[in-house]
Write a protein that binds this ligand. Structure first.
Ligand SMILES: Cc1ncc(COP(=O)(O)O)c(C=O)c1O
Length: 362
């Protein structure tokens, strides 16, 4: 018998979410951000579900090569640009657009006569990648003089919150001032900006997490209004049931102690599958109902998550037994709700799905 864990990826939900992004962004074109195996959903599923996008944005040349091999003919953007000069020939062969974020990358492109489409990255306050406003215009002119097609890009640090600096407004002002008078298209918005700052879109938006139906803030209620659909469902089954007496403890460290007689369900999913070990007692797990027609209920985690298993309190699911289906996150339980209990964000959980978890693309 196969271990019952499975990640199901709904490509119809991906298509739906892309269509929702399109409605939200009007005439802006869309780079669908699919780095990190499409946020753990697999590039194969992304290609199947996001075929209507204007381009894919990712990190690795191998992923670009794979997309071209599948017949993807539209644009591909390498979000961190070249990691070394030798990769330029592959970039040309694979017809990739390049982010350029540092002086070394400009020097490499200055030696290249084949025109490349570049999104030049401005550091407008996030202080991660990009040129300072002073250095930006010089880099632009150097690339332009060499015959490359240069566009403008920046990335927001706080598009998902209003209480931090630099604000979206401050970063936009820096961006507008810096590119003033320079030709080229613009690209600014991640998912949070698409959702909440529609004055900050530019010619190309760059949504990632919202395409996967997950909130940039980590709170599912924040994206309910956007009517996005859940793409990944991580499911498994109960593989054992324990009957505890009051005072019995569960699992490593005896973290959970039964207050009264109760049943514990042991589920085939642990941190080696990508489930967060930091999940506290009370973290929700969805347990299917007694029949196919009844809806399931949420049962709380009881005890430390271990490598291959986790344990839940079945007090409110007396029907649950060996073989009962559970969902760790997905259509019945937003990944954001699980992430909250593990002090992380949905991004981290879906990206961390382990290679050993079988993936079903539907
Ligand atoms: C440069 C850049 N643009 C866009 C995105 C997509 O962001 P999100 O998944 O929050 O939409 C990312 C992801 O971190 C990014 O690094």
């Amino acid at each position: 018998m196969e271990r019952p864990i499975l990640a199901s990826i709904d490509t119809g939900a991906l298509s739906h979410n892309l269509a929702r992004v399109r409605e939200l962004v009007g005439n802006s074109r869309i780079w669908s951000v699919v780095k990190a195996r499409a946020y753990g959903h697999s590039l194969k599923a992304a290609l199947a579900g996001l075929g209507q996008t204007d381009g894919f944005a990712l990190l690795d040349l191998d992923d670009a090569r794979w997309l071209r091999a599948q017949g993807w003919d539209k644009r591909i953007l390498l979000l961190e640009g070249l990691f070394n000069e030798d990769d330029l020939s592959s970039v040309i062969e694979l017809r990739c657009d390049l982010v350029v974020h540092c002086a070394e990358q400009v020097s490499w492109l200055e030696k290249q006569s084949h025109p490349i489409t570049v999104f030049l990255k401005l550091n407008s306050g996030m202080n991660r990648l990009g040129f300072t406003p002073d250095a930006y215009r010089l880099a632009y002119h150097r690339l332009h003089a060499q015959g490359h097609h240069v566009h403008h890009m920046t990335h927001f640090a706080n598009a998902d919150r209003v209480d931090r600096e630099p604000s979206v407004g401050a970063q936009m002002e820096c961006f507008s001032k810096t590119i003033d008078g320079l030709q080229g298209e613009t690209s600014l918005a991640n998912s949070a900006a698409v959702l909440w700052h529609r004055n900050a879109l530019g010619d190309w938006v760059r949504p990632g997490i919202m395409l996967h139906g997950i909130s940039p803030t980590g709170a599912y209620k924040d994206i309910e209004h956007a009517h996005l659909k859940t793409v990944m469902s991580l499911s498994s089954k109960i593989i054992a049931v324990q009957e505890l007496q009051a005072g019995d403890a569960v699992g490593y460290g005896a973290r959970y102690v039964a207050k009264q007689a109760m049943r514990i369900g042991v589920i085939a999913c642990g941190y080696a599958d990508g489930y967060p070990r930091h999940a506290v007692d009370g973290t929700p797990v969805w347990v299917s109902g007694p029949t196919d027609k009844t809806s399931g209920i949420i049962c709380p985690i009881a005890g430390q998550v271990s490598m291959d298993m986790l344990t839940i309190d079945l007090s409110h699911a007396p029907w649950a037994t060996l073989g009962t289906s559970v969902e760790l996150w997905g259509k019945n339980l937003p990944v954001d709700d699980v992430a909250n209990q593990a002090q992380t964000i949905g991004y981290e959980l879906v990206c961390a799905i382990a290679p050993r978890v079988p993936v079903e693309i539907i």
